[in-house]
Design a protein. Structure first.
Length: 437
């Protein structure tokens, strides 16, 4: 098992762990680590350097330089065995040590990744990372200079180091965590208006009344917000569904903003899926690839402050969850685009015969549209659009929060002219009485 884990680390490390990026990932559990390496049985300079400089790294309770790319799962301590020789053989036979140019060993490059990235500041000090790099460099050089160690034949049973499967390690990378967070949480921020957005007048007022935790959407953007939430008490690791990040907008816990999401709507699905993933990683529930949540294959989501309003809603829609999928007209082929370009959902205000909400834009990951919206403020141009309406008459989403609305909930569609100006007072309005199948 320990050999498998080491191989997984090597594959992941050499296939794209380039330090923290502006996405992702979620923290995976670290494998058990022995309490301390046993005294080295080797003689010579390599053993001395190992005991003086490598063993103290193993014994330290502080996070290693791996924290620059991974929030958990990978730690340099997992790549230290009881003896200098065994540790050297394990690294050598996995291609992480360059015998001819020890200073170019891949393990050193991995330790040093992220050293110059200002975003990593605070996760681990530059001084500690430098010390780890120098310690391993000195030890590897001493091992490579010792013919008895350097030329040691590959043992019949190679020394094993502990790791997790490659899929688990990759899932926990910070860039993967951030990518998931941007799609599932950051894109939903306009459902909360500006009450929770750091620096806005609404937020500043509430912070004075209730404290800093109100402003959990950080001015620093998605990554700063993700880091804050993971470290906050807004997530309940033991009971994810009871996290304040869910119960507040549900208004299960008193919420000044009232109900912002309901069980099973798009906001709830996105928030709960991300929270449960974080909790599973923190609680070390992922130990094999089959434990991981399904790979996200849907569109990339982008939040906006553009509102869509359906007025004159039929009585049958009253107080039911309504999902509106918006399609753009493709003039080049004189047809509606196959996939929706925007979506939103919310409970219909039956008494007022209306439904209104901000829209979330959708784009295929990696597409020109997704790239453009990632670089600039996402927005829809004015023009011809189609909205397809789905009504959850049977409370399907409430019974199973993961269940999507589909053909059984479809009630019709209607064309309209979208202006898509931002703001509550500039809604694009559609006559819901004209929605037909």
């Amino acid at each position: 098992m320990r050999r498998v884990f080491f191989l997984a680390f090597v594959v992941v490390a050499l296939s794209g762990c380039n330090g923290p990026t502006a996405p992702a990932a979620v923290v995976a559990p670290a494998a058990p680590v022995p309490s301390a390496p046993a005294p080295a049985a080797d003689d010579g300079e390599a053993a001395k350097v190992f005991e003086q400089r490598i063993a103290p790294i193993f014994k330290s309770p502080d996070p290693s330089s791996c924290a620059r790319c991974h929030l958990a799962t990978v730690d340099i301590k997992q790549y230290i065995l009881p003896s200098a020789k065994d540790t050297f053989l394990a690294l050598r036979d996995q291609g992480l040590i360059d015998l001819n140019k020890p200073e170019d060993s891949k393990i050193l490059a991995l330790i040093n990744r992220g050293a110059d990235d200002p975003k990593a500041a605070g996760l681990i000090s530059a001084k500690r990372q430098k010390a780890e790099h120098e310690a391993f460099a000195a030890w590897i050089k001493a091992c490579a200079a010792d013919p008895a160690i350097k030329n040691a034949p590959k043992p019949e049973k190679a020394p094993a180091l502990s790791t997790m499967p490659v899929e688990v390690v990759r899932h926990a990378r910070k860039d993967r965590m951030l990518e998931s967070f941007e799609t599932n949480v950051w894109s939903m921020r306009f459902r909360c208006m500006n009450c929770h957005t750091e620096g806005t007048p609404q937020s500043a007022k509430l912070v004075k009344e209730h404290g800093e935790r109100v402003a959990w959407f950080k001015k620093g953007g998605a990554e700063a917000t993700m880091d804050y939430l993971i470290a906050s008490k807004l997530i309940d690791l033991d009971k994810p569904e009871k996290s304040l990040l869910l119960t507040k907008p549900l208004n299960e816990m008193k919420h000044g903003g009232g109900v912002k999401i309901v069980v099973g709507d798009q906001g709830y699905k996105a928030l709960r899926a991300w929270i449960e993933d974080v909790a599973a990683i923190k609680k070390e529930k992922y130990t094999k690839s089959t434990d991981l949540p399904p790979t996200e294959t849907g569109p990339k989501r982008f939040g906006t402050e553009a509102w869509l309003k359906l007025e004159k809603t039929p009585d049958a829609w009253g107080d039911k969850l309504l999902q509106a999928d918006v399609y753009a007209w493709d003039a080049t082929v004189s047809a509606w685009e196959r996939d929706p370009i925007a979506t939103s959902d919310r409970v219909v205000f039956g008494k007022g015969k209306l439904w209104q909400h901000t829209v979330t834009l959708l784009a295929v990951p990696g597409s020109d549209r997704a790239k453009a919206w990632a670089k600039a403020k996402p927005a829809l141009p004015a023009g011809k659009y189609l909205v397809k309406v789905y009504i959850d008459s049977a409370d399907k989403a409430k019974k199973d929060w993961k269940a999507p609305l589909g053909a059984d909930e479809y009630v019709g569609q209607v064309e309209f002219q979208g202006r898509w100006a931002e703001g509550y007072s500039a809604m694009t309005t559609v006559d819901a009485s004209k929605v037909k199948k």
